[in-house]
Structure formats: C-alpha cells, structure tokens
Design a protein around this ligand. Structure first.
Ligand code: HEC
Length: 437
C-alpha cells in the first residue's frame, strides 16, 4: 500500500517535472524568438537566404555547440583569437564584423535553441509558389502604404522586407522599347509595383535617415531583355559632382546564379552579381554635352589648356567658360589625360549611354564590364525622377544575368541632395521578379 502510494507520488512528480520542463522550454524558445527578432534579423534569416550575414538555418549542424556559444557571445573575440572558421566567415562576408550582441549566456542559449527549432526542414520550406499565384498586383500595392509606414517605424526594416516577400511582376512584350520615350503607351498598361526602400546602415560610409520612401517599378521583358521604368520622389535634381556635391543615381542588381542567391549587398565571394548603374551626371552630359571645368568653375583661367593651343587666343586671358564642351572632349581625346589615355572606365568622356554595366563580389569589388549593352534614359520633373533602363539578359555572356524561374532583383538608390554617395545609400534587398506569360 505504502509502496503504491510512493509510486503514485513518483509518477505525479515525474509528470509535473516533465510538464514544467516543457513549459520552461517553450518559454526559453519564446525568449529566443524575441531576441532573434530584435537583435539578429537585420542581418540574418533562418531559411530565407543570406542577408548581411549567413543564413542561420542548419547552423547547429554545421558547427559544434561549443563554437556556436563562443562565437555568438563574442564574434569579435573569436576573430581576434584567429579562430579559422570565424576568420573565414569574416572574409567571406565582405569583412563585415558581426557586432558583439551583449547578451547573457542564458539568452544566447535561448536564441540558439530558437534558431535550431526553426531549422527543422518542415518549417524551412515555405509554400512560396502557392503564395505567388494568389498575390495579385493589386494586393501588393494596397499592402505597400502600410508597409512603408511600418518600415519607417521599425529599427530593422530589412527583416520586415524579408517577411513581406515583395514581388515585381514583369509582363512579356514584343518589338522594341525606346528608353527615351518615357511616356510610351506600353507603360500605361503595366502594373505598378511599389517597393518600400531602406537605408544602408550596416557598414561605413552609411546612411541613417531615408530621404526616399519607395520606388515605383514597372517592368516588361522579352527573350533577351528586361526593361524597367523606375520612378521615385526627389525634391531636388542633383546632376553635378564636386568635393561636396553628389549626383542622383539608381542601380539594379541581379544574381548570376539564381540557385544560390548571394548577399544583396553587391554579392559575396563565389556569389557574383550583375549591376546596371544609371547616374544623373551621365544623363545630363548626354543631354547638354560633356561638362567639365567650364561648367563647374566658369571663371577659372590657366595659362595653358593642353591640346587647345591651336583654338585659343593666347594673347588674352581665356576663361573656362570660353571653352566649349566639344573642345574639352577633344583635349581629353588627345590623350593628355592619363585616365582617358589608359582607358580607365572612370575617365570615359564619350559615353554612349548614361548607364553602365558592372560586376561585383562584395563591397569594393565593382568592375566595369567589357561589353556594354544596357540602355537608359532619365528625366527629372516636378520633384520626381523617371528612369527607364533596358537590361540585356540571356545573352550568353557569363557576366550578365540569365533568367530562370527563380530570378531576383535588388536596387540601390542615391539621393545626391542628401549627401548620398558610395555605401551611403538607400537600397531594396532581393525581390522576386515574376515573369508573367
Ligand atoms: C550587423 C549584422 C549582424 C547582426 C546584427 C548579427 N549578425 Fe550574426 N553574423 C553577421 C556576419 C557578417 C556574420 C559572418 C561572420 C562575420 O563576418 O563576422 C555572422 C555570423 C553569425 C554566425 C555564424 C554562422 C555560421 O555559418 O557559422 C552565427 C551563429 C550568428 N551570426 C548568430 C547571430 C545571432 C544569434 C545574432 C543576434 C543575437 C546575430 N548573429 C546578429 C552579422 C550579424
């Protein structure tokens, strides 16, 4: 009898302990989820691809628990120590240092447990395809306004972005599109995809405050081209560059390998991207002729303008404003300028298009492509830029984008009037490009 009582008590005790254990485990996971969402999602996803840092799905299988604990506590300490895995990760991820999260050991264990729980295959695979069909362009637009507001409020807009799964619908077209015809009738019939934009505040030089909310994107495609009509509000037209002046710009980016999407931040090692970059300064040059000192410093004069001796009356003072754009281009073409002479792509003065195609494998690696096929035209009017960009695809050139059913596109945008330049920019991470039949 006593023994039976004891057994009953024991069973109750064990069951209670087990129940409490389950309960604390659930609490720990909830705690881990909260930490993950507030401190990690700006740079990591679990099963939705790379962001600034690696996709953490399955990280528990790739690394030992001891290493994970030590790394997550202080990635900086581990890199300093010369840990080979941490060093390799650091180099592979554009030398961006993951900040020490400043969490207790318990919190770190909880967040790692949460990542592990989310790494189970059943939760990783999302029914993206089913989703895609159901989301009409209309739904995307109506969603957008509230999303923009959310993005403005939250401290980690990229995380919202990843969850929202924005899409651009591109429609097939036949014939030719002239990018200069920004009012072409083909654009009237196309759906507008409004995409909220974020700021690059992960690495220096960075941007903390957005001056642009969103980009409106229309897109059409045919076998070897995809064409975008991009519009965004910008109160000032900035088309000059000087030590303290920057121009407005927009860039489109495609992964070369759509099976393994690289970092949206200009790709990564083994993950090259195709970048198509339009600049307002090139646009203005196309419209007004190449602008040089004669525009920037019209009252400047020097004794000698190399290459222009035969044109200029040396008996009197010649000001920069007396020199024509054609004459400037000609002096450069004489090869007096080391940049032009050595065909440095940065020094080009006879651009065919106000746009350039390049490739990158991470920050600081951008390189101009040898074969330039993109076309573009832009116009600023009434506080709005409208830019049409024709991108060559499926050309057989390994450095250019090739379309698959998993094609993605990302954008970068610079507001020159707000000091945007280089890494100090707005951006939109990878968005699915849906090629509608
Ligand atoms: C500012 C961006 C950023 C934030 C925020 C961030 N990480 Fe990272 N994380 C990285 C980068 C970048 C790497 C790659 C290693 C490196 O460059 O230092 C990385 C690597 C990792 C790794 C190793 C991945 C692997 O494949 O071995 C883990 C684990 C990790 N982070 C967990 C976390 C957790 C947990 C949080 C939140 C508490 C977090 N990270 C917050 C940028 C970030």
């Amino acid at each position: 009898m006593n023994e039976m009582n004891f057994m009953k008590k024991l069973i109750i005790l064990v069951a209670t302990a087990f129940f409490l254990h389950l309960q604390t485990e659930a609490q720990n996971l909830a705690d881990g989820e909260k930490i993950f969402k507030t401190t990690c999602t700006a740079c990591h996803t679990i099963g939705k691809g790379k962001l600034v840092g690696p996709d953490l799905a399955g990280v528990n299988a790739r690394r030992t628990p001891k290493w994970l604990l030590e790394f997550t506590k202080s990635p900086q300490a581990l890199i300093k120590k010369g840990d080979p895995i941490a060093t390799k990760l650091f180099n592979d991820y554009n030398k961006i240092q993951m900040p020490d999260p400043n969490l207790t050991e318990v919190q770190i264990k909880n967040v790692l447990a949460f990542i592990k729980s989310k790494s189970a295959p059943a939760t990783v695979v999302k029914p993206v395809i089913a989703n895609t069909k159901a989301t009409t362009a209309k739904a995307v637009i109506s969603n957008t306004t509230s999303k923009i507001q959310e993005v403005k409020k939250t401290s980690s807009p990229v995380a919202d972005w990843i969850d929202a799964e924005y899409k651009i619908k591109s429609f097939s077209f036949a014939g030719e599109i002239n990018p200069k015809d920004l009012n072409a009738s083909i654009w009237n019939n196309q759906k507008t995809n409004m995409l909220p934009i974020s700021v690059q505040n992960f690495t220096y030089p960075n941007l903390q405050t957005a001056s642009v909310d969103s980009i409106s994107v229309k897109s059409v495609y045919r076998s070897n081209q995809v064409v975008f009509l991009l519009e965004w509000l910008d109160s000032s037209k900035n088309v000059e560059v000087d030590v303290d002046k920057f121009c407005d710009q927009i860039a489109i980016q495609f992964p070369l390998n759509t099976n393994e999407i690289p970092s949206y931040m200009m790709g990564n090692k083994d993950g090259m991207v195709h970048i198509i970059h339009w600049k307002s300064i090139w646009q203005e040059d196309k419209e007004k002729g190449y602008r040089d000192v004669q525009v920037m410093y019209p009252n400047m004069w020097v004794d000698i303008y190399p290459g222009l001796e035969s044109y200029l009356d040396r008996s009197k003072r010649v000001y920069a404003q007396d020199i024509t754009s054609e004459q400037i281009v000609e002096t450069h073409s004489f090869g007096n300028m080391p940049g032009t002479y050595s065909h440095n792509p940065m020094s080009q003065i006879k651009r065919k298009e106000p746009v350039e195609e390049a490739n990158a494998v991470g920050f600081g690696t951008i390189a101009t492509q040898e074969t330039q096929q993109a076309k573009a035209w832009g116009q600023w009017s009434n506080g709005k830029w409208t830019v049409c960009i024709v991108v060559p695809v499926n050309t057989g050139n390994i450095y250019k984008a090739k379309f698959t059913d998993k094609t993605k596109v990302a954008f970068a945008l610079w507001d020159g009037g707000f000091g945007n330049i280089g890494g100090r920019k707005h951006f939109i991470p990878w968005v699915d490009l849906i090629l509608e039949k």
